[in-house]
Structures are given as C-alpha cells and as structure tokens.
Write a protein that binds this ligand. Structure first.
Ligand code: 5GP
Length: 183
C-alpha cells in the first residue's frame, strides 16, 4: 500500500512550501552578508530537506553543519530531555549561527539547543524553523524565521517522520489516526 494512502490531509502543499522558502531566503538575504559567513546548523534528521532547499536560495556565503538530536523516549511529544547523537564538526566560537529546525512544538528541544550553543560563545544566533505550533509552547523561545504556523496536529512529510517513515513526502500532511493507533 502506498504511503500516500496513510495521509489524512495535505496541510501544506509542495508548491506552498517551495514558495515560502523563497520568501524566507529573501529575509535572510536581507540580513546576512558574505562577511558574516554564517554557519547554518541543520538539526537532524527532520530539517534535512528544509536545509537542502533553503541553502539553494541563499545569496550570501555560508557554511553548513549538522547536529543530530534525539528526545528521550518515543511518542508524539518531547519531554525536553535531549541527547546529542551527532555533534557539530565546526568550532562555532565567534561565528554567526543559524539554527535550522523542522518544527518547534513545546519549545523544549530548541531551548536545550540554544543553551548548548550559547556555551560555545558564538558571535550571534538566529533560528529558522519550517513549522511552529505556537498553541503547544511550554517555554518561550526566540524564533527569527518561521515558515508556517500549524495547528496542534502531528504532522509528517518534508523531512518529518512518524516512526522514521514518511520523511520523503514532498508536502506536510496529517496521518490517518489508524496509522498511529496500530497495536
Ligand atoms: P519540542 O521539543 O519543541 O516539543 O519538539 C521538537 C521536536 O519534536 C521536533 O524537532 C520534532 O522532531 C518533534 N515533533 C514535534 N512535533 C512534531 C510533529 O507534529 N510531527 C513530527 N514528525 N515531529 C514532531
């Protein structure tokens, strides 16, 4: 059975995502110059597709790096207990950082990431997230670039998974309830 049959609704289409990314890139192009030479830090795994599309629209020189984060436990909500599975390759002391996230939900993961980066003494830190669920926020987090605000629904596609699947879908969708309620 095709993965697409597991999708209840398409919340954000491929075209909408791609158009919004052009706008986000324009916002960033207005802020950063070659001399800033920012490091875009892709938070794996969810942000890989967003980073890949975003970076192709950036006009200023930049570097990319990756950090893989895992929330403890499984399920559809994060506890804020976070583990670093893969750390940055670059030393970001004195650098301009742009954290590239897939989704900010409770805000716990991003808070952890920002605290962790602050300890490395970067010159500046900004945050770009494709999605935000403001109604779920437990802790205030500063976000500089937001693609879309989404309602309190578990979303998949365009990098975001359910049980490691559906990341390859080119749109953001909601799963049919029977998919995640399987025994
Ligand atoms: P937070 O710590 O803000 O609650 O959650 C952040 C992380 O939880 C995201 O980076 C993502 O991995 C996961 N997450 C939160 N909401 C969703 C969702 O609706 N769908 C998916 N696939 N992951 C989510």
């Amino acid at each position: 059975m095709s993965m697409v049959n597991d999708v209840e609704t398409v919340l954000i289409s491929e075209t909408q995502i791609q158009e919004r990314i052009v706008d986000l890139a324009a916002e960033m192009n207005a802020i950063y110059t070659d001399a800033d030479l920012p490091v875009l830090i892709c938070i794996l795994k969810g942000a890989f597709m967003f980073l890949a599309d975003l970076t192709r629209h950036l006009a200023f020189r930049h570097e990319i790096d990756f950090m893989e984060i895992s929330s403890y436990g499984r399920g559809t909500t994060s506890s804020g207990a976070v583990r670093i599975l893969l750390d940055l390759a670059a030393d970001v002391q004195g650098r301009n950082i742009v954290v590239v996230e897939d989704i900010v939900d409770t805000g716990n993961t991003l808070t952890y990431i920002l605290r962790n980066f602050a300890a490395r003494k970067p010159a500046s830190v900004r945050v770009a997230t494709l999605l935000s669920k403001p109604s779920r926020r437990q802790i205030e987090v500063p976000i500089d670039f937001v693609g879309f605000e989404v309602p309190d629904e578990f979303v998949i596609g365009y990098g975001l998974d359910f049980a490691e699947q559906y990341r390859n879908l080119p749109f953001i969708g909601a799963l049919k309830s029977e998919v995640y309620q399987q025994p």
